[in-house]
Design a binder for this molecule. Structure first.
Ligand code: 13P
Length: 284
């Protein structure tokens, strides 16, 4: 069933686990994430960035995720990841996405508030009240066109409390030391910052840049209020690894179903492992 992220994240917050949010690039990845969620009885979020929807359109990704949700025995959310403009967020909302992120984190504080609030006003006004994820602080690394480098400032807890109050957003992505993409070293998560944010923000928190973060750090983040945990890079790596391996062993094959199924298996294995780490298994 297709659901909004609101009910899933509130249950996760109450029961101290996290819902995995997995970036899907094509139908094979949708199938892989669906299979992992069904097998582990996990609620799940499938998400696409603006860069991904530029490839095939929000309607194409929504149709794939919605078809998966219809046949699923677990709740499935179709989420816009890193919505980069008011127009992009509203487009996904009108397409049927059941959860919207507006990422104004690169803007000055007041402008981030204004942009986020404008998206919240639209998403909360329809007959279905669609939840909005916002971001404050700078998650490092590169996601789509968004590059955050340099001093990678952590989210200020005081600002976070004010931001949530003034925007009415439903969940908040915070910068605590993770980065998008492949890590060059071991990520340094500031659990002090996270604890301070958790103390003053009572909506579900979101962890970005989780590919490559050691399991024990992810588990600790979940125990400290991270209710949605995002994975993108490692799914791409897993899919490509499966396809490449099959093609190296079977260079003459030209049926996409043959090599695609190896990509699906690799992504499914990876996602199943993540669901165990974040504690979503058996919650359905
Ligand atoms: P990575 O998979 O690159 O760590 O980031 C995922 C993410 O935060 C998507 O928004």
């Amino acid at each position: 069933m297709l659901v909004t992220s609101r009910e899933l994240l509130i249950d996760a917050q109450k029961n101290k686990y996290a819902v995995g949010a997995f970036n899907v690039e094509n139908m094979d990845m949708v199938l892989a994430v669906l299979n992992a969620a069904e097998e582990t009885h996990s609620p799940v979020i499938m998400q696409t960035t603006p860069g991904t929807v530029k490839y095939a359109g929000t309607d194409m990704y929504f149709a794939n995720i919605n078809a998966a949700a219809k046949r699923a025995s677990v709740p499935v959310v179709c989420h816009l990841d890193h919505g980069n403009s008011f127009g992009m967020a509203v487009k996904a909302f009108h397409t049927g996405y059941t959860s919207i992120m507006i990422d104004g984190s690169k803007l000055p504080f007041e402008e981030n508030i204004a942009l986020t609030k404008s998206v919240v006003d639209v998403c909360h006004s329809g007959c279905i009240n669609i939840p909005v994820e916002a971001e404050l602080g700078r998650v490092g690394g590169k996601e789509d066109e968004l590059v955050n480098s340099g001093n990678n400032p952590y989210t200020d807890p005081k600002e976070a409390a004010e931001f949530v109050e003034r925007t009415g957003c439903d969940s908040l992505a915070v910068a605590v030391g993770t980065a998008h993409g492949v890590y060059k070293g071991v990520p340094q998560i500031s659990f002090d910052v996270l604890a301070k944010i958790h103390e003053v923000v009572n909506i579900p928190l979101v962890l970005h840049g989780t590919s490559g973060v050691p399991d024990e750090q992810v588990i600790k983040c979940v125990s400290m209020g991270m209710c949605k945990v995002n994975y993108a890079t490692d799914l791409r790596i897993a899919y490509t690894y499966g396809v490449k391996k099959y093609m190296q062993e079977n260079p003459g094959v030209f049926d996409p179903k043959k090599y695609g199924s190896y990509g699906i298996e690799e992504v499914k294995r990876y996602v199943t492992g993540r669901m165990k780490v974040i504690g979503s298994c058996g919650h359905i």
